[in-house]
Design a protein around this ligand. Structure first.
Ligand SMILES: Cc1ncc(COP(=O)(O)O)c(C=O)c1O
Length: 280
């Protein structure tokens, strides 16, 4: 099932053409997006997602997204959804049409969560590490690379996932060229050691995750130690658990990394899922 709401506050047919062929989002991937999870009619972390949409737009020198208009599209999709308990909402915001008056294109599309993602939430997945070719300091030194912006240019991220599939895995952990852990193509990495949770710093040029933030908030309340610190690839193999977390995949366990089984983290996974769900 799919429901589409346009930024002007109208519903539209998701099966009909809505985007002009000269939209710069389409022609150059020149735009930004967010993916928001809705459960039982309630969007999760909507405020942080809209904050991040605005931050990404600013990094791309796009006009500031109309927050109230995006909130209205979210309500429209949620109110008109007649499908299952969960919705993946894609909020899209592009530079508009080539040679136009600068009016941005914006819409929110509600979709089902794929069976593949739901299976991975339950069973975990195998991941491989892949070099992302970036080094600490690059994000500040070269802001035009848009590291840490959630831009529509995700072709590299999708290519990395296809590379993982070619190598018999389902997911990717990006690393710097010197072997420091970054993030997944569409997820944040969280490592667990005893009652410590660690995630790499966004200053490395990665996206600050709303799911990781929610998990850390809850874990802190329950007396866990949470840290934002660099992680070397070797540390992943020695950890009690490695997780890829995102709005749509929630908390997903990595059971195999680069072909090597990681320690069984099924119980730890259940505990982290509890912590995450306690936020809602
Ligand atoms: C590159 C990247 N990192 C991390 C995340 C996780 O972010 P969130 O937890 O806010 O969904 C995403 C989400 O799609 C992403 O694309």
């Amino acid at each position: 099932m799919r429901v589409l709401a346009l930024l002007d506050g109208t519903l539209a047919d998701p099966d009909a053409p809505q985007i002009r062929v000269d939209d710069l989002g389409l022609m150059r991937g020149d735009g930004v997006f967010e993916t928001v999870l809705v459960v039982d009619g309630k969007p999760r972390e909507l405020g942080p997602h809209l904050d991040r949409l605005a931050r990404s737009a600013a990094l791309l020198d796009l006009p500031e997204p109309d927050r109230a208009a995006f909130e209205r599209t979210v309500s429209l999709v949620v109110d008109n959804w007649t499908g299952g308990r969960e919705i993946a909402l894609k909020l899209i915001y592009t530079r508009g049409v080539e040679g136009g008056d600068g009016t941005a294109t914006g819409f929110t599309l509600g979709m089902d969560i794929s069976a593949k993602v739901r299976a991975q939430r339950a069973d975990g997945l195998a991941a491989i590490t892949l070099d992302r070719g970036i080094e600490p300091g690059l994000a500040e030194r070269a802001p035009w690379l848009l590291l840490g912006a959630k831009s529509l240019s995700y072709a590299v991220n999708m290519a990395a996932l296809r590379e993982a599939e070619r190598r018999g895995a389902a997911e990717v952990v990006f690393t710097t060229s010197s072997g420091s852990v970054l993030e997944g193509p569409t997820s944040t990495l969280v490592l667990a050691r005893d009652r410590d949770l660690v995630t790499p710093p966004s200053t490395l040029g990665i996206l600050p995750g709303t799911t990781q933030a929610a998990l850390f908030r809850s874990a802190t309340r329950e007396g866990w130690t949470v840290k934002v610190a660099p992680i070397a690839v070797d540390e992943l193999h020695a950890a009690d658990g490695v997780f890829l977390v995102s709005s749509v995949r929630k908390i997903t366990r990595v059971h195999t990394l680069d072909g090597k089984p990681l320690p069984d983290s099924a119980d730890l996974h259940a505990r982290l899922v509890e912590l995450y769900e306690a936020e809602y």
